[in-house]
Ligand binder design. Structure first.
Ligand code: F6R
Length: 601
């Protein structure tokens, strides 16, 4: 996700901002920039690429001034280019703005601003904000009034920070995106994350949704959007600078598991209208209305693709998922298929090769990816972004969940013609509620206890049926990857056709049983088979069957729509894998022999 830093004080702003941007690097980004108030002007420097590239652009004649803002961008609207990097300006030289989040109504605002003659120079949603502010200033508003009016017009998630040519004050506001004030002896700071200014101060004030911050050199004020004062308390953070990138979590993986509710909100933002059962996905015009879908993917993304294919088949659209490395060996007929690469990095060589193979045979192609401007996004006819934000831990966690939700949206989108409206609305409501439900699982999980109990076993098995089979496969993959222990996932019904021979009292079996349909009831029968071989069984369940009577331990799931329960089960398994690996002292964020992006076939 993007990072923000702002400063007003006695120091050289460029130095403070560049320090902040370097501290934000760990979050991942594809471009960076700063804007510094120099006299009555704004000096903006921004570059696609890394912070070193920006440093090169500044080195010779660094902007001088003691007020400014900076940003590291992770692309969501438009590829990583100099023009799309933040800060963004209008055209009157009045204001520079940085923004994290997504402006949902930017399309209509942009049209409105263009209609009054404003010219846009980037592909971003953010650029509407400086234009709006300048439009209000041109109408006679003060910088503060113009900022407040602009914030009033934008919808979506945002932490937005603005600096002005004619005012030595920085304004900021937030909705659903983090923002924190730093209180220093030599000035005041604003950031998306504490690490950005931790080198200068450990005194912080957390800003809440619906609040506006006015930052001066010697003081700060927090008000409601209506201008009423809000009392805030200053807290001291005692983080070790080493660990700051992890926001207090012991590992990036754990942080990313906990970021899932936010990532999912971001993924859904502006795409779902549950009232009329519509899903809006930008940029998919090129894919038309295919009569079938072939997914190609590797590893965790393949498991997401299995779930996506099942979702499409449930809606009557023929769909299949193939391991990308196997696709070219015996490619299925293309017919009228949309070949969809599911790849969080957008750079996985096997997936790119499968997409190229399909394209060479005349298929339309779609990339479902987390990285704007990645090779998959560029080479396919269209790209659909999962918006999970950067994932640093090698094990895919939040990107898996966001992939599955994005594919669920794709299924609704492709089925727009024939779907039963009431059912669609029900499924969309389930997706809307999912972030809160994941949060409940994270808050209440007994995974650490379960990990304590079973760590040191001979092997670990994961079983489930239907969507829960994909979760079993994913649970086993994550477990193996970070614990270095032997784990395997099976279709529950396949146990008796072979793997049951491996089951002993030394092999815990994690079983996913959700709902009370035939698949769930049959899985309970499979549980009885392993229980009869003395295997310890842990049920990951919402308690709708009597499975709890036959198992040793339970990881409980909250009641939820059947379509989202597998994702809640997956969250429990992520936590089990994490805690077992932690107990074993493994290198969780960088497991041996593995890389985040696999660019060889
Ligand atoms: C496992 C994991 C890998 C990736 C796989 C594909 O946790 O991360 O299995 O899912 O290498 O990567 P992408 O999605 O980048 O194509």
């Amino acid at each position: 996700m993007c990072g923000i830093i702002g400063y007003v004080g006695e120091r050289e702003a460029t130095q403070v901002l560049m320090t902040g941007l370097n501290q934000l690097e760990y979050r991942g980004y594809d471009s960076a920039g700063i804007a510094v108030r120099t006299g009555g002007n704004l000096d903006v420097r921004k570059r696609a690429g890394d912070i070193e590239t920006l440093e090169d652009a500044i080195e010779e004649n660094a902007p001088t001034g003691s007020t400014g803002i900076g940003h590291t961008r992770w692309s969501t609207h438009g590829p990583p280019t100099d023009a799309n990097a933040h800060p963004h300006t209008g055209e009157d030289g009045e204001v520079a703005v940085v923004h994290n989040g997504i402006i949902e109504n930017y399309g209509s605002l942009k049209e409105e601003l263009q209609a009054v003659g404003r010219t846009f120079t980037s592909d971003t949603d953010t650029e509407v904000i400086p234009h709006l502010i300048e439009q209000f200033i041109a109408g006679g508003a003060s910088p503060e009034r113009a900022f407040r009016e602009a914030v009033d017009r934008i919808e979506g998630s945002y932490a937005v920070v603005a600096t002005f040519a004619n005012s030595d004050v920085v304004f900021a506001a937030r909705n659903d995106s983090p923002l924190v004030v730093g209180v220093g002896g030599d000035g005041h700071y604003l950031a998306s994350d504490v690490p950005a200014f931790l080198e200068f101060t450990d005194q912080v004030v957390y800003v809440d949704d619906g609040e506006v911050v006015t930052l001066h050199s010697d003081r700060f004020e927090v008000t409601t959007t209506d201008g009423l004062p809000v009392e805030k308390s200053v807290e001291t953070v005692d983080w070790d600078v080493e660990d700051t990138g992890k926001s207090g979590f012991a590992h990036y993986m754990l942080k990313e598991i906990h970021e899932q509710p936010t990532a999912l909100r971001q993924c859904l933002s502006g795409r779902v209208n549950e009232l009329d059962g519509q899903v809006e996905l930008d940029g998919l015009e090129a894919i038309g209305q295919p009569s079938q879908v072939q997914f190609v993917a590797c590893g965790t993304s393949y498991h997401a693709a299995l779930l996506g294919a099942q979702r499409l088949r449930d809606k009557g659209i023929p769909a299949r998922a193939t391991l990308a490395s196997e696709y070219a060996v015996s490619p299925p007929p293309i017919d009228d298929s949309l070949v969809t690469g599911v790849t969080q990095s957008g750079e996985t060589a096997d997936t790119l090769a499968a997409l190229r193979e399909a394209r060479g045979r005349g298929a339309r192609t779609l990339a479902v990816t987390n990285v704007v401007g990645s090779t998959a996004a560029r080479e396919c006819d269209a790209a659909l972004y999962i918006r999970a934000g950067p994932e640093i831990g090698v094990a895919a966690t939040k990107t898996f969940t966001s992939q599955v939700v994005t594919l669920s949206l794709l299924a609704e989108y492709l089925d727009a013609g024939d779907a039963d409206g009431a059912l669609v609305r029900e499924r969309l409501r389930a997706l809307r509620d999912l972030p809160d439900l994941v949060q409940r699982v994270l808050d209440d999980s007994r995974a650490e206890e379960i990990a304590d109990e079973y760590v040191g076993s001979e092997s670990y098995f994961f079983i489930g049926r239907g969507p829960n089979r994909s979760v079993a496969l994913e649970g086993a993959l994550t477990f193996t990857e970070i614990t270095y222990e032997h784990a395997e996932g099976f279709a529950a019904g396949e146990l008796k056709h072979g793997p049951l021979a491996l089951v002993t009292d030394e092999t815990p079996v994690f079983t996913m049983v959700t709902g009370n349909d035939e698949a769930a009831r049959k899985t309970v029968s499979n549980v009885k088979e392993v229980e009869a071989r003395d295997a310890p069984v842990v049920a990951v369940t919402d308690g709708k069957t009597d499975v709890e009577d036959y198992v040793d331990d339970v990881l409980a799931l909250p009641g939820a729509h059947p379509s989202v329960l597998p994702l809640l089960a997956n969250t429990q398994l992520q936590l089990v894998a994490y805690h077992v690996a932690n107990q074993l002292g493994r290198s969780i964020d960088k497991p041996r022999n593995l890389a985040k992006s696999v660019t060889v076939e």
